[in-house]
Design a protein around this ligand. Structure first.
Ligand SMILES: Cc1ncc(COP(=O)(O)O)c(C=O)c1O
Length: 378
């Protein structure tokens, strides 16, 4: 059995949606001073862009990878503000906080917007999407979040992609928390723009996002400038012209990410990583249910990335105490983000292995005993 690097560090274990627990070799790759115009750095950036396309089952020149400095939201904002022209319209399918964030970006930039809003535990209605596209031919782009990290819900991008392709629209997928964990074939899923970031399932450290884009759609962005630093087209043409970033790149984070991509290959690629995450998730759910917790989502809508658990109906339960007691025992979990229901979340991505999940479950049992919620460790 592979055990995590945790024994070699004093770090806490992050059961969160990112930043994640990362491999020592990935962190160590960042411990280098390298100029942003150094040929070694330029070559690494080029390799990263190529490897990302390979993971999405596409290649240049029909698809391109663009790296954007900043967190995941920067990549989303870059895509939304660059892709949709003033004469276009975005249909945003929402069932969580990250879906709502896409609308917030569109509103700030006065981008024409229609929203389809669902409950946070509900999948979108495909017939409703289709009807909206028929009734509103001015819609040019459809956006959806693949893994809604708000709850752990997984949206049906294959089915939505088919509708998008039938009506010849552009498809924007926020795959922040799923790329690297789910096999996403951009071409067969009809995805025009896919966005993720360095600190998610590729298991790098935080500091940049990346946009994988269909070249024809990327070229259309040239006319839609709404921001200097988030101009997706200009960022891409800068990288394509001389391999360099327009503005200071996060050199060390890119070096770590390059190592993370190598580690992903060593693990056996996305299928092997998916298997590990799914096993972690099954173990987590089994252990938490045995301890008495109930899940917010039903199995048919759940991903194997992050899971929402309802607060136990017990007068002595306080999330703050539960969280800090687990934290003292080095296990970092995540608060909920739901408006209507009291939940907390546990992620099982990053350098976490079944042994870590088991240790967390044991610690949860101990903490519930300490809080006098259960009397014997279960
Ligand atoms: C699905 C999704 N979209 C967008 C974001 C925003 O990313 P960031 O916090 O890196 O800006 C996150 C962050 O967790 C996410 O999970």
């Amino acid at each position: 059995m592979i055990i995590s690097d945790f024994s070699k560090t004093k770090d806490k274990l992050l059961f969160t949606p990112g930043p994640l627990t990362t491999a020592m070799i990935v962190k160590e790759a960042a411990l280098v001073d390298l100029g942003s115009r150094d040929s070694a750095f330029i070559s690494i950036v080029q390799q990263i862009r190529q490897k990302l396309l390979v993971l999405a089952h596409v290649e240049s020149p029909n698809y391109e990878a663009v790296i954007i400095q900043g967190s995941g939201t920067f990549g989303i904002e870059s895509t939304i503000t660059s892709a949709i022209p003033d004469s276009g319209m975005l249909l945003n399918i929402i069932n969580g906080a990250y879906g709502r964030r896409i609308s917030q970006i569109a509103r700030i930039h006065a981008i024409p917007l229609i929203e389809l809003i669902y409950d946070e535990n509900q999948l979108p209605d495909l017939k409703e999407i289709e009807s909206l596209l028929i009734e509103n031919p001015e819609i040019t782009h459809i956006a959806v979040v693949h893994g809604e990290t708000t709850t752990g819900l997984l949206n049906p991008i294959a089915e939505i992609g088919e509708i998008v392709s039938h009506y010849k629209k552009a498809f924007i997928v926020d795959a922040m928390s799923t790329f690297g964990a789910y096999d996403i074939d951009m071409k067969s899923l009809n995805i025009s723009f896919l966005i993720s970031s360095s600190n998610k399932c590729i298991e790098g450290i935080p500091g940049f996002s990346y946009v994988l884009a269909k070249r024809i759609e990327l070229e259309k962005c040239k006319k839609n400038i709404r921001s200097l630093s988030l101009d997706l087209y200009d960022q891409w043409s800068g990288l394509n012209t001389n391999g360099q970033f327009r503005f200071t790149p996060p050199v060390q984070i890119l070096l770590a990410f390059h190592e993370a991509l190598i580690q992903l290959e060593r693990e056996g690629g996305i299928s092997a990583r998916a298997k590990r995450y799914a096993e972690n998730n099954a173990l987590l759910i089994r252990g938490m249910e045995k301890t008495g917790f109930t899940l917010y989502l039903t199995p048919d809508v759940r991903s194997y990335i992050i899971t929402s658990f309802l607060y136990p109906n017990h007068p002595k339960f306080s999330f703050e105490i539960f969280y800090s007691k687990l934290n003292e025992k080095v296990f970092v979990i995540y608060p909920g983000k739901l408006s209507k229901v009291d939940c907390f979340r546990i992620g099982n991505i990053g350098q976490l292995y079944p042994v870590d999940i088991q240790n967390l479950i044991d610690a949860v049992g101990k903490v519930l005993c300490e809080m006098n919620i259960i009397s014997i460790e279960q």
